[in-house]
Ligand binder design. Sequence first.
Ligand code: HEC
Length: 90
Amino acid sequence: MNHRIVLLAALLLPAAPLMADVQHGKQLHDANCMKCHGDEVYTRKDRFIAGRDALTKQVKRCHLNVGANWSDQDIADVVQYLDQSYYHFK
Ligand code: HEC
């Protein structure tokens, strides 16, 4: 089979909806989310996010501040990245 077609098919296949792409989340985060605060807010003692739902809401709220228009999948990827790297809810 033509290798270029295989590669193209791999690029066009949508990510499975529930499979968050942590690496993509990190890229989105690092490019957009360090303007007002660094990652110290995720680990400070009095951080106010207490669960995945609250984290999702906060990411939505904060991403509006940067004028980004992320898809639900983008939000999920960033939430997964933050949870895995800092919050450890799951
Ligand atoms: C326009 C400024 C601004 C930008 C840009 C921004 N944030 Fe925030 N973010 C805030 C403020 C203000 C707070 C509350 C900080 C505080 O209470 O000290 C906050 C808090 C948070 C928290 C909660 C921290 C905690 O206490 O647990 C998370 C999570 C968060 N931001 C994620 C993001 C993400 C993801 C992005 C990128 C989409 C982002 N922020 C971009 C202003 C911003």
